[in-house]
Write a protein that binds this ligand. Sequence first.
Ligand code: DC
Length: 226
Amino acid sequence: MQKSNNNFIITIDGPSGAGKSTVSKKIAARLNLSYIDTGAMYRCVAWAAQKAGLDVTSESALPALLQNIKIRFLAAAEKNLVFCNEEEVTDLIRSPEIDRLASAVSSLSCVRDALLPLQRAAAQNNPAIIDGRDAGTVIFPDAELKIYLDADLNTRAKRRLEDQKQNSDVDLKSVTAAIASRDQADSSRAQAPLLKAEDAILIDSTNHDIESVCQRIIDLYESLKK
Ligand code: DC
């Protein structure tokens, strides 16, 4: 079992658009925790594979890329920056195309096996909040506080559309279909499927604003720290 080394680790899992990253960033800032966006790591692999012209559905195409990939996060005042192989990719990895490719690479064992030690190392010596799909089940099964954040499909699609509103190609119908298809892929893959850990606390954000979800998690954190 992966111990969290006396660090306080909070894991936030759940489907796309449930509000995980917004909630995790706000809590990280308020509680002075590192924020580890594991989805961004899969997005970096997809971006680097696309850039290299590799087939992202093939296990045999990716080992060399995975061996050399460098992913780095930099917490900046305005936003958290993501670097892949020293190129700043923060916005580049948020396109609908990378949404699709990241979902494809995340089902490959070689990718999950290569990213797992990087995800654990990122939280090794500091209290952290880890945002993902398998953070509480696989990356940190012994985390001190595990949250499974959910919301209904329509609410999640509206939030995702709002995030992507600068992209004129997207509408609610296409975003809903894309999220439903990623939910299906994330939940049904063989390795580390999206799943609520038995000891995770379920929070449904459909009818709750971000602020009240953050406060609920901070209250849980404070009660466990006592
Ligand atoms: O959270 P996100 O949308 O940025 O994640 C991008 C993709 O990576 C998504 O298809 C789910 C996948 N993912 C995963 O399989 N495991 C994680 N811990 C995080 C994300």
